[in-house]
Design a protein around this ligand. Sequence first.
Ligand code: NCD
Length: 460
Amino acid sequence: MITIEDLSTSQIEDVLDLAQEMEQNRDSFRGVASHALMANLFFEPSTRTRGSFESAMKRLGGDVVGTSDATSTSMTKGESLADTVRIWSSYADLMVIRHPWEGAARLASEYSDVPVINAGDGSHEHPTQTLLDLYTLRKEFGTLQGKKIVLCGDLKNGRTVHSLVYALLRFGAVIIFVPGEGLGLPDHVLHKIEADYQLPIQPIRHRGLEALYSRNRSGEEEEVDVIYMTPSYPHTLTLFDSMDLHMEKGESFALYATRRQGERESSVESDRPGAYPRIDSSILRMSDFSKAFVLHPLPRVDELSPSIDADPRSRYFQQARNGVPVRMSLIALMLGLYPWSKASRGDEGGPPRGASWDEPEVIVCDNPNCAATIESQNASHSFTIYQRPLIRLVCSYCERETIPSYFSYPFGEVYHPITDFPKERVDTGRFGFYRDTGTAQARGLRHPRRVTQEGQDAGE
Ligand code: NCD
């Protein structure tokens, strides 16, 4: 399971249902995985994810091998991730991997003989955190349809947020984004929301939510005047009064805070920290937040004050505790110890994907932290082509996008500026895409014919 979209909506429900049974009757599941061994490969720091995976496997009666320190593996001697994974996969029945490169879990899955679970790959995704977030939200709300979830903080680099957004949209939640300054959702996530889920994102105002920004680190007042939201369906927009977010009096909603991902920021970004949403007891005293309950994937730094730990609306420690039954359930289902429900068989994962395109000599992913860039000798460099909301090639490892500058028609002999790409849906699989004229010409394509002012073809 590399991204949350590898699970269909009914499979997600299966995981949450079985987790609930496991939480309620923990003892009756003891020993069900007594024959199984899980490799826990953590190449980045972790407390909760590693600990709860280990606890989950042991509570099922299985055992765990692995590494929690990248410097203690042969990767420090120059061994590739592909070889490291090949070896570990021959020692275990299931592999859990956390790695600082975006797409590392996908690369691992291509070299592993056993199922791979992504426990966080760079700033890309963290699908198992999403499962426990959904479990926690479902306990609170019952259904997520139409429920408002406010995602605060580092939406740019926070992988938990990326996986969570895709899942919440599938369950029909209304998401309100309250990003740190300069830390809004990255383009590739925004485009995916727009293209795959066909949901508009609108700027809105809400006085209460703006108060989340009210104090920055130096104690000065801050003003940030737009917050973004994604309605569960476009027509629900009509529920919102001239872009002011309308909350019913006493309406319950979730505030999901995240820490600034300092380790994933460039030095320029970290030198200029801007306004950042924070939650403390003064926020929870405001009437707007009387029915808000607070989640956080943890660890926290200073965006979530310990002064609210004892507040009955705080859910983050329970949320962390939910990691054990949720991961027990996922492990048991992935090992085939329990069947997936009838409904989930034959049910597809996330939204349908576009055509794939792989011409590594023409375009490769330019994300320097992508597994396919760093370990290019072992990666297959394929892209998925999307036409909406703009033509773009999405890397199959890190999912960052490349916008080509030129294209050619199937069997075409000339290249054209990308702005001339057909507006109607076409089978993009046989088109050519180029970053610059040099690569197009190197493939034997000619400059598009120029038309003179008289409308005559001037040839080359
Ligand atoms: C998160 C992570 O590692 O992405 N932690 C976790 O798994 N609970 C969030 C974070 O590090 O900020």
